[in-house]
Design a binder for this molecule. Structure first.
Ligand code: SF4
Length: 112
């Protein structure tokens, strides 16, 4: 499964100790967490959403033109963090991505 991970850039940049560099990428490389049921995992990209989040859909459409992928994983910090994103909610982003034909999974790792 060729996967792309999208993380919350506000969380990742603001010094909250984003563990995505190892939790998200390690989960993909070890086929754990939300990747556990895939036959295999090839991580195509790991990039940041940036406030207010409007570029995610277009960035993924652009990426798809140069490198095909099968599934988009929205990071745990996008889908489960409290307080959540002030600009939208993960379900709305899932809907917007699915409208463009992307397969979307909420969440990445189960490492806490
Ligand atoms: S728009 Fe929301 S999910 Fe995207 S970077 Fe900003 S706070 Fe994070």
């Amino acid at each position: 499964m060729r996967a792309v991970i999208v993380g919350c850039g506000a969380y990742m940049k603001e010094g909250y100790g984003c563990p995505g560099e190892w939790k998200c990428i390690t989960s993909a490389s070890l086929k754990k967490g939300k990747f556990a049921n895939y036959d295999s995992v090839e991580l195509i990209a790991f990039f940041e959403c940036n406030c207010p989040g409007r570029a995610v859909v277009n960035n993924l459409k652009g990426l798809k033109k140069v490198q095909d992928f099968d599934v988009v994983h929205l990071s745990n910090c996008m889908c489960g963090a409290k307080l959540g994103c002030p600009y939208g909610n993960p379900d709305a982003l899932v809907d917007a991505l699915e409208e463009q034909g992307f397969k979307v999974v909420k969440g990445v790792h189960d490492m806490g």
